[in-house]
Design a protein around this ligand. Structure first.
Ligand code: PMP
Length: 415
């Protein structure tokens, strides 16, 4: 692992901010953006972004392959999205009720997403997944929720990965199965029995530090079938993959439609918004539950979402992200072969994960991303990455120059 003394490019402004943060923010930062879990030469603080480029607090620029962990999909500060949000902001962000844009956006989602008969809005992905689970329970009058072992659905007690501060009661009605394993899925449904309220499943298997897996068609169909047999709700957590794989929902290509879906991240190209979409079977339940938030009706993010979703529908944004991901993947594969480095590249090309073989401690991964970072390319060693519509072929080729040098460094250090 590199430490900062190895870094040819010290980050004094970042270091100063981290030192100040350490005394006034627990751990220096909560959650996944705490750079303490990254190689030591990774910046934690950023001062700006445009297109597919980000600038750290010290003024260094990188071609970015994290896209703010997903929210950016059309480019940072996309002019059309920003103009729509600014126009909404100019009229007032909050009021005693929502702006008319809320109805426009619900209509657009219902028109865009085949399973959706209605939509509700929140701010974060966790708000949406939690609302889906609550609606499933309200609609069925049952308690058990089937969830894939190790999958991420948010950061509140029913689903957060850390058990600190979580009670056994918070998790009492979760029944686990293994992603893509129909036998354990059926066994979980059987164990839930007459108390089976819903099944929540991510669009594909995108667990941190693991090879990604697309759902098999058998698994997707079995998920629908076990819910239908029990009268339970099929919930797709499309928070991370939504609007990057298919504009109508990530399981559309499988012909499997959920009862409820959770959306966030790319929905408004970086503006804070989440949504639940559902079918008529769960409309009454969605009416019964009480959910709200002081900022959930903010107009700017909804105006940004209207523009963003229209762009996902009407332009080649999604196939373009896939094509850029394929270009990156093919280049890295050829370079890895040339350098004799064994690695896997998994998941959809527009949400790639690169993991090195025999790299339990991530030493190779850290070496790789640090060497790329020093050449102006921001990659991630153990989380899936993200392509955007703002990545151009020349950005991918610039990145490939960096990955070539980085893979040479991995080969040199690890043989
Ligand atoms: N579900 C999935 C699949 C996610 O990737 C995330 C966020 N990484 C969430 C839920 C929670 O979203 P948020 O962090 O916006 O609450």
């Amino acid at each position: 692992m590199l430490d900062r003394t190895d870094s040819p490019r010290p980050l004094p402004a970042d270091a100063a901010l981290r030192a100040r943060a350490a005394s006034v923010i627990p751990g220096g930062l909560w959650g996944h953006m705490n750079a303490a879990r990254m190689p030591a030469d990774f910046p934690q603080f950023f001062s700006g972004a445009e297109g597919c480029r980000i600038r750290d607090a010290d003024g260094n620029e990188y071609v970015d392959f994290m896209c703010a962990y997903g929210p950016m999909a059309l480019g940072y500060r996309d002019p059309e999205v920003e103009a729509a949000a600014a126009a909404a902001l100019a009229k007032g962000e909050v009021g005693n009720g929502p702006s008319p844009v809320l109805v426009d956006l619900a209509e657009l989602l219902v028109d865009t997403i085949p399973h959706a008969d209605w939509a509700m809005f929140q701010k974060n992905g966790t708000d949406a997944t939690t609302a889906c689970v609550t609606i499933a329970r309200a609609g069925t009058g049952r308690r058990k929720i089937l969830v894939a072992r190790g999958s991420y659905h948010g950061a509140v007690p029913w689903c957060t990965p850390s058990l600190a501060g979580v009670t056994a009661e918070d998790r009492a009605h979760l029944v686990e199965f293994d992603y893509n394993d129909v036998a354990t899925l059926r066994a979980a449904a059987e164990a839930a029995g007459a108390d089976f309220a819903g099944l929540i499943v991510s669009a594909f298997r995108h667990d941190a530090r693991k090879k990604q897996e697309m759902p098999t068609p058998e698994f997707a169909r079995a998920a629908r079938a076990v819910c239908d047999a029990a009268g339970a709700a099929l919930i797709i957590d499309d928070v991370r993959a939504g609007f990057r794989l298919h504009v109508g929902g990530s399981w559309e290509p499988y012909g499997v439609r959920p009862d409820l879906s959770a959306w966030s991240k790319a929905i408004a190209n970086g503006w804070p918004l989440a949504a639940v979409t559902g079918n008529d079977r769960f409309r009454e339940a969605a009416t019964q539950i009480f959910v709200t938030g002081s900022f959930w009706c903010g107009a700017a993010a909804m105006a940004a979402a209207l523009v963003s979703i229209r762009r996902y529908r009407e332009t080649d944004a999604i196939p373009h992200m896939a094509a850029m991901g394929e270009r990156l993947r093919a280049g890295i594969a050829a370079q890895a072969a040339a350098h004799g480095v064994a690695l896997s590249q998994t998941g959809p090309a527009q949400m790639p994960m690169v993991l090195f073989d025999d790299d339990e401690d991530l030493a190779k991964g850290f070496c790789f991303v640090s060497a790329a970072l020093q050449r102006g390319v921001y990659l991630h060693p153990w989380h899936n990455m993200f392509l955007s519509a703002a990545h151009r072929p020349e950005d991918i080729d610039f990145a490939l120059e960096a990955t070539d040098a980085a893979l040479a460094e991995v080969a040199r250090r690890f043989g």
